[in-house]
Design a binder for this molecule. Structure first.
Ligand SMILES: NC(=O)c1ccc[n+]([C@@H]2O[C@H](COP(=O)([O-])OP(=O)(O)OC[C@H]3O[C@@H](n4cnc5c(N)ncnc54)[C@H](OP(=O)(O)O)[C@@H]3O)[C@@H](O)[C@H]2O)c1
Length: 241
């Protein structure tokens, strides 16, 4: 993709990895639109980057996804990049009392939302790039986050199909595959030991500049290239320690 002069919608672009993308794409001369549920986090982003355009919505709800798309179509018809980055991570197990309630929201946020947004954006003529944020766990599940891992495997598979299907239309489909990164994903403190967002962004923009469509870093680089035996060994190592 060309790295400047785009109008980019970044879901979940006000914190963590999304905020890293917002900052770098602004530096490169793009217009950035960010959505998220927490008004105070969107306001803080706008304090830091007054040129950012924000939209408050909850993408786990179908009506809200339609409201976002219609707002974009009316007010920002020149939006040409959709970044499906918003996601949540629930540390839960099937035996827990609130498991199903949590799983439903996690599946709605991590699978239904990007799937529905991609479908809605098929009516959007300006669209020429989709970036999907999956995970190293798309390839090998961490059983502490069983539903999360499964949603990311779904999203990885969907990304491969959409990339193939969009070729004729000329829409480039890029997969951003982060490893564990120090953000508040899943709750504050859970990812404190992981590399910072800035290190991931350095790797991501280097790979974007070289024209790659699978953007990896550290552990996710190994997972994306792993053999079945590597995946088995990694599963044992991650889940039996
Ligand atoms: N950090 C990691 O270790 C890691 C590793 C691999 C993949 N990832 C993926 O990277 C993406 C970004 O995660 P992150 O680590 O940067 O964590 P994060 O800081 O918690 O970012 C998630 C973003 O998604 C937004 N969001 C969540 N639910 C939403 C909803 N229903 N509607 C609208 N926005 C919603 C959040 O904003 P609000 O809460 O304000 O809505 C937040 O800005 C996720 O897809 C995650 O799965 C992260």
């Amino acid at each position: 993709m060309q790295l400047s002069n785009n109008k980019i919608l970044i879901t979940g672009g006000a914190s963590g990895i999304g905020k890293g993308l917002t900052e770098r794409f602004l530096q490169k001369g793009n217009t950035v639109i960010v959505c998220g549920r927490r008004v105070e986090v969107l306001e803080a982003l706008q304090q830091e980057f007054p040129e950012v355009i924000t939209f408050n919505c909850d993408l786990s709800l179908e009506t809200e996804r339609i409201r976002l798309y219609e707002w974009i179509a009316t007010n920002h018809p020149d939006t040409n990049v959709l970044i499906n980055n918003a996601g949540i991570q629930q540390w839960t197990q099937p035996g827990m009392e609130d498991f199903w309630q949590k799983a439903k929201v996690e599946m709605a946020t991590n699978m239904e939302a990007p799937l529905h947004l991609i479908h809605l954006f098929m009516d959007h003529r300006a669209l020429n790039v989709i970036i999907n944020t999956t995970s190293g766990l798309s390839f090998c599940p961490l059983t502490k986050v069983p539903v999360y891992s499964a949603t990311k495997a779904f999203f990885h598979s969907l990304t491969l199909s959409v990339r193939h299907l969009m070729k004729e239309r000329g829409v480039e489909v890029i997969e951003l595959i982060p490893p564990a990164i120090n953000t508040d994903l899943g709750g504050k403190g859970l990812h404190d030991e992981a590399p910072p967002v800035s290190a991931l962004m350095d790797a991501v923009f280097q790979q974007l500049e070289s024209g790659k469509n699978e953007l990896t870093f550290g552990f996710s680089e190994r997972m994306a290239k792993a053999t079945p035996d590597d995946l088995k060994a990694t599963f044992e190592m991650m889940n039996n320690r």
